[in-house]
Design a protein around this ligand. Sequence first.
Ligand code: AMP
Length: 563
Amino acid sequence: MDYLKLCEVYEELEATKKGLEKTAILSEFLKEIKKEPETIYLLQGRIFPDYDERETGISIQLGIKAVAQASGNKEEKVIEEFKKLGDLGLTAEKLFAKKKQASLFSSKLTIQKVLTNLRKLPEVEGKGAVDKKIGLILELFNSASGLEAKYLARTLLSDLKIGVGTGMLRDAIGEFCFAPKDIDEKRSYSEILQSAYDKSTDFAEVFQRALEGVESLKKVSLTPGKPVKVMLFPKAKDVNDAFEIVGKPAAFEYKYDGFRVMINKDKNGEIKIFTRRLDNVTNQFPDVVEYVQKHVDAETFIIDGEAIGYDPKTKKFRPFQFMSQRIKRKYEIDKLVKELPIELKVFDIIFYNGRSYVETPFGERRKLLEKILKQEKHKITLADQIITDDEKEADRFYKQALEDNQEGLMAKSLTAPYKPGARIGYAVKLKPNDDELDLVITGAEWGTGKRAGWLTSFDVSCQDEDGNLMEIGKASSGLKEKPEEGLSYGEMTEMLKELTNEESGTTVKVKPEIVVSVKYQNIQKSPTYSSGFALRFPRIVRLRPDRGVSDIATIKEVEDKAN
Ligand code: AMP
């Protein structure tokens, strides 16, 4: 199919803010791409399925270079236009439209060609990489019209700005493949589609299966080695409330302050470790690879757990922020393994020896773990657990967890299945009221005076049920001027520069990728921000490199905390 056709759909989607209209446009377009289902990735602004972390990896600087060369302009000119228009897509469109008048374009761009070239970008490495990348991009730009250039540029920066989220795509597939008659039918298809997506994390696969029918969707299975979304947990008010939600008796476990890891052993015996944002962090954790290889007796598995750092001298657990550098670090890993050792607390298993265990009750999954896991303190152990129907006993355990400096407890239903990706009451978290939210940075402002050259004020956003981002405040404190004192303005500026996709005056808009924990004094209703709430005295306390935009606080959580 011609790429132009897809660009026209992008235009339609960009032109409306209404979710239902967008869903209708998408559903109409799905008809056209039945034979080319991978086009769905381009609709998401991606080039691979969601489970695959490869992106084009093109920075704004490289994007500007490519647009300059392809449109026959100097880089300064492109930068000047970019500053005026605030968006590389619009800049490319304008400059290409001018060029188009001067010369006639030869070949037509196809979706296949766009995907092929863009998919080569993440592979290009080493000497001459920049030129090779530019070459691949130019090949596309050279056959592009103004409109095509607009969306090519935005796709390169992985930000289409057409407001299409995963919920919307799921509904569009439901609409097109099943044409539900009423709201109940719509809901039930939506659940089936969501569940298929949460296991496969691949909209092209979901679409293809939906075309085949409901039975095919239900057959989506887990494959060790391919990341799957973790199950998420709502919050309970107290032990009583927890029992109400998960039933009696329930399992209570320590809620450790580490980071979530899904560890896979595939049929070739290869171990892969994924974070909850599906990043592959296997190389950063050779210690964890060794622990599971030696201590888990299974041919294949997917186990779910929390990796917690501890002080190598005192052996006491350390809070998450000490460990975050182990997630990001790409070099001198062995040194870091010694300095910041990790204990893996395993709390679930969802695949074992060729079979999925998502439907197996949690109580049995835990028993399976007890059977196949050889525990060794400070390396790999099971989550501390009690099973009880007694409130007092659960309360005592809760107190003990807090005295042991852990975050609180998890209360888990013994009979519940595992639902990848869902924030569902099969288990709930219990922690004392905290004044912290995980939020994503969506914009920033350049500093002045002593802090000139750094981004120093950060727009932070939460999400609604459909994953739409809504601002909730501007945080300008918490970061340090000197890098040795902690997360610094300099470090944050470097990260955000890579993600900048709009610039006007002293403010920038960035691709929502950097998740931070933000402390605040209280939350007030406020018309200033799109969420309708404002954080008073927000302070960035730490980076959460293990979390992605889908993990940030929801508006519901914000509302609960505001009350
Ligand atoms: P939160 O991040 O506050 O939504 O809490 C949920 C997180 O707690 C999970 O994603 C895990 O990373 C972590 N966690 C710690 N201990 C456990 C446990 N025993 N069972 C499940 N999750 C746990």
